[in-house]
Write a protein that binds this ligand. Structure first.
Ligand SMILES: NC(=O)c1ccc[n+]([C@@H]2O[C@H](COP(=O)([O-])OP(=O)(O)OC[C@H]3O[C@@H](n4cnc5c(N)ncnc54)[C@H](OP(=O)(O)O)[C@@H]3O)[C@@H](O)[C@H]2O)c1
Length: 406
């Protein structure tokens, strides 16, 4: 009895997941094929940037041209789980119709919106309601801020309608195209590799460096000048005006004093790895002013897998663990998305014995960020994939319970 109930629930959930995948792939195809886009474009004609509708007539028309055909495609393909349940002799077979029933409710609400039935839009079109944003784009379920970016950030990304799974699979859960992305430690090994990947990915890369050099990239034998801004630890506040124009700030600068343990080494490690990073993160938070900033701006902090594993350099570990925990604490109230970069050993000036290539590491960081991974782990150490999420979960829960925002 219990096993039949469990099997029925699993089949029902799988059939709903299937129709949601169909919805998002149909949406993606609508942006790829002009014949489908001619119908879908009505959906993009409807909304102003504050998500108020341009006209009731266009709003209704968009449902006949976009939402109703989309629901019909989902309905037709919802037969597949039932057929598979028959072929594989899965029971109870009726559970495989759940996806069809679920889709039918979408079809009915799309028709009702197309007919202009009062209040149906408020009840059923939840990702298009106007008004201020009060939450950040969510990770697993599409909310208004998440979907807004499909309309007004990049129409060739953020295709998901209910679950963010398809965007995670396609690498369209974060668009970097045209975004102004600043990287600290820009003249360093990973800094340069990140700037190159960002440039190749269509972002407007900005180099933040404590060196005196203008940062230049070499791509396919061609030299490319990067917009370079000089800064020094202790003078982070001077960057405020520039950071206001930055969409994503990547805090990547760092030092390793290896086996030193004198007071100067302690001060240097904490000043650069912990406090200047913290000050820049806080400064960047100040630049998040409008609700549009809240859903476009992000800060990524390169803390290192030294948060959970030995780096055979005590002060490096101490200072990186300190910034790691401070980021965990502060992101409980962060006004924008905060990502951590948890990297294993890669070959660089800081770690000549590193085993991964910095170019590969940079590619993986961008690849995982595009999948909206908030804790980006790139390492050869399998333990980090277990230890870090466990540590992050318990530390974050402890901080949440025993501290509070103002
Ligand atoms: N290599 C690894 O195995 C590894 C592993 C995990 C994490 N990480 C982290 O990855 C980041 C990049 O490291 P990397 O390996 O690419 O090392 P890197 O080549 O030595 O680059 C580090 C950069 O940090 C900046 N920096 C150094 N001292 C500074 C100071 N006093 N004030 C401001 N900036 C300073 C410098 O860039 P500018 O001169 O342009 O300011 C420097 O080039 C670091 O945070 C590091 O801890 C490295």
């Amino acid at each position: 009895m219990v096993s039949s109930w469990v099997a029925g629930s699993a089949i029902a959930l799988a059939s709903v997941l299937w129709v949601e995948l169909v919805r998002d792939f149909y949406h993606t195809l609508s942006h790829l094929f002009p014949a489908l886009y001619r119908l879908h474009v009505w959906h993009h004609k409807v909304f102003r940037p504050d998500l108020s509708v341009v006209s009731d007539q266009i709003y209704r028309q968009a449902h006949w041209y976009n939402d109703v055909p989309e629901a019909l495609v989902m309905l037709v393909l919802s037969i597949l789980p039932w057929q598979l349940a028959q072929i594989w002799n899965l029971t109870p077979q009726w559970a495989a119709w759940t996806g069809s029933l679920y889709t039918f409710s979408f079809l009915l609400s799309a028709i009702a919106r197309g007919l202009g039935v009062p209040y149906v839009d408020e009840l059923t079109d939840v990702t298009h309601r106007p008004g201020e944003f009060t939450t950040l784009p969510s990770r697993w379920l599409v909310n208004r801020p998440y979907h807004w970016r499909h309309h007004f950030d990049n129409q060739d990304a953020y295709f998901s309608g209910t679950l963010t799974l398809v965007d995670k699979l396609l690498g369209t859960a974060l668009s970097l195209k045209g975004k102004r992305i600043a990287v600290t430690g820009a003249s360093g090994t990973l800094g340069l590799a990140l700037l190159k990947q960002l440039h190749l990915g269509g972002a407007k890369a900005i180099a933040l460096t404590s060196s005196e050099s203008e940062i230049e990239l070499e791509i396919a034998g061609e030299k490319i000048q990067v917009n370079t801004i000089a800064w020094q630890t202790g003078q982070e506040g001077e960057l405020l005006t520039q950071l206001e124009k930055v969409d994503i700030l990547i805090l990547n600068h760092g030092v390793n004093v290896y086996g030193e343990r004198d007071p100067e080494a302690i001060a240097k490690s904490y000043e650069i790895n912990t406090f200047s990073t913290l000050r820049l993160m806080e400064l960047f938070f100040q630049t998040v002013k409008s609700d549009r900033d809240m859903i476009r701006k992000e800060v990524w902090i390169n803390t290192s897998e030294a948060e959970v594993n030995p780096a055979f350099s005590p002060l490096y570990e101490l200072s990186k663990r300190a910034i790691g925990d401070l980021v965990t604490l502060r992101r409980l109230d962060a006004p924008c998305v905060v990502r951590k970069l948890i990297l294993g050993p890669f070959k660089s000036k800081l770690n000549p014995a590193g085993v991964m290539s910095p170019e590969w590491v940079a590619k993986q960081i961008i690849n995982l960020a595009r999948r909206d991974i908030r804790n980006i782990i790139v390492t050869i150490n399998p333990l980090t994939f277990i230890l870090f999420p466990v540590k992050e979960f318990f530390t974050s829960t402890y901080f949440r319970w025993f501290s509070s925002s103002k």
